[in-house]
Design a protein around this ligand. Structure first.
Ligand code: ADP
Length: 480
């Protein structure tokens, strides 16, 4: 089975969030099931710098009016097709935002071009690689199934994965002519979206199947409160909607071998966490006492419930707890958390920024990680936490609800609890969850049991990759 994956980011080349982790890990897990994936990705400077054995495959003279080159390369076991088009991707900022944090004005073209090339490959652009199925990720690649549907690859099955329905790629009608789609594509069952053009909307209408990254989120996006305007479109396509929870790279995230942390440990040697606790306290200037250390590794945004954190700081501190925060995002939230840390020296520490290595130490050295998201398609931080014996305290939503087993009475009796869930997701619900966590932590035997149970959870890609493989097979055999 040959799969073409189309994505705007892929770990370890370029990452802004969970999408990159999935795009990077799924092909490797599928490889062990005998499925070959090639991934089409934009040639940002960060990508071009990291390629192994790059070779120019062909010149495409007219990609929406621009000349581009397709480069074949590999990187850490991934087979890549890189769309080299300096006019679109050679920028100093990130993949989507310029150096001042604003969307590039031509994002519509940058990702339409990526999708157009994806559809061309599906239609036979390369003589030695014709995919049996195309897997497109998020709005940036969502036009791929649209171009396929209206072009020569209409018989090739496609899967569109929604990693976060909040990002939809909506643009004015004025770009329509430049997309080079036929006039009838601008319709309710195509890319028309309230008079505008919706990339994700068009993809949802055109893909053979739709997946999202957890079963709970698949159910949630059928409702107006989570569907963000697309609930009707999703409902109309419910028969082909699947929820497949993400896995994590259990080699990169393995406390027994992790070189980013201060000392290795496993479920059998949990005492080995002490060296990491010490390193964490040193980094954040936290007091060295036995109180639980809570941590946060997150984008600092409303989606992640980060505005609720100042409401629980008093509860954490007054009960003898500590809090270490790593994140960046909304400047008002950064300011509020920085001032909370300044007022609670020794109890609250914060590092603003993105730091992959420190994020590992946070999981290894803290006792509980806080994930109070208002919505969470899957969430990865709680999966890393489970693997590191760091107890996740999570909002009962989306993938958080699917991957953490709440330490309620029945689950504790059955010895299957792995964390704490709370609902409703507001300051009171969050506060109660923090109090419950303190009570669980006070019973050290029980706490250790929850840690060990979490470390036993299967958070690898293998089970999820199996689900994708089944889906791919069923779609390919249906269209064969
Ligand atoms: P999202 O993709 O919505 O941001 P996920 O939980 O799915 O949320 O994935 C976030 C990923 O980014 C995780 O790998 C998490 O550990 C990582 N991450 C988030 N913020 C930071 C940060 N400031 N430093 C390091 N890693 C971070």
């Amino acid at each position: 089975m040959n799969i073409l994956s189309v994505t705007s980011e892929i770990y370890p080349l370029v990452k802004t969030g969970g999408l990159a982790d999935v795009a990077g890990a799924l092909p490797l897990a599928l490889k062990s099931l005998g499925i070959r994936t090639r991934t089409l990705v934009p040639g940002y400077p960060a990508v071009l710098q990291k390629l192994e054995n790059p070779s120019e495959r062909l010149v495409i003279p007219d990609v929406l009016g621009l000349e581009a080159r397709l480069i074949e390369a590999s990187c850490e076991g991934l087979d890549l097709l890189v769309l080299h088009c300096p006019a679109l991707y050679d920028r100093v900022g990130g993949p989507y935002l310029d150096a001042t944090g604003h969307d590039y004005g031509d994002n519509w073209k940058r990702f339409a071009a990526l999708s157009w090339v994806g559809a061309e490959i599906a239609g036979g652009l390369l003589d030695d690689f014709t995919p049996d199925l195309v897997h497109a990720h998020d709005w940036q690649a969502a036009l791929t199934p649209v171009y396929m549907r209206y072009g020569r690859a209409h018989a090739v099955p496609s899967v569109l994965t929604i990693h976060n329905i909040a990002f939809q790629g909506q643009f004015g009608f004025n770009i329509f002519a430049d997309l080079r789609l036929p006039p009838h594509a601008f319709a309710m069952d195509g890319i028309e979206y309230y008079g505008d053009i919706g990339y994700l909307k068009g993809g949802l209408q055109s893909a053979t199947a739709i997946t999202t990254v957890s079963p709970s989120y698949a159910g949630e996006i059928l409702q107006p409160s989570f569907g963000m305007g697309l609930e009707g479109v999703i409902a109309a396509r419910e028969a082909v909607l699947h929820g497949i929870v993400n896995g994590i790279d259990v080699d990169t995230w393995n406390p027994a071998t992790d070189t980013s942390i201060a000392g290795p440990y496993s479920a059998a040697t949990l005492k080995g966490r002490a060296a990491n606790r010490e390193a964490l306290c040193a980094h954040f200037n936290l007091d060295r006492d036995d109180g639980p250390i809570f941590s946060i590794v997150s984008r600092l945004t409303w989606q992640k419930g980060m505005d609720l954190v100042p409401d629980v700081i008093g509860d954490i501190v007054s009960h003898g707890g500590k809090l270490a925060i790593l994140g960046s995002g909304d400047s008002a939230l950064e300011g509020a958390l920085l001032s909370a840390a300044a007022q609670n020296r020794g109890r609250i520490g914060i590092t603003i920024g993105y730091n992959e290595q420190l994020s590992h130490l946070m999981q290894a050295g803290s006792d509980a990680i806080l994930v109070p998201s208002r919505f969470e398609p899957c969430g990865l931080t709680q999966l890393y936490a489970l693997r590191y014996g760091c107890v996740p305290v999570v909002a009962r939503t989306g993938g958080l609800a699917d991957t953490v087993i709440d330490a309620n009475h029945a689950a504790l009796q059955a010895k299957c609890a792995t964390g704490v869930q709370f609902s409703p997701v507001n300051a009171d619900g969050f506060r109660q969850a923090i109090h419950r966590t303190f009570r669980l932590y006070a019973d050290r035997k029980l706490w250790t049991q929850i840690q060990k149970q979490g470390m036993k959870a299967d958070v690898s890609w293998m089970r999820s990759a199996g689900r994708y493989a089944e889906l791919y097979s069923s779609l390919i055999s249906r269209t064969a």
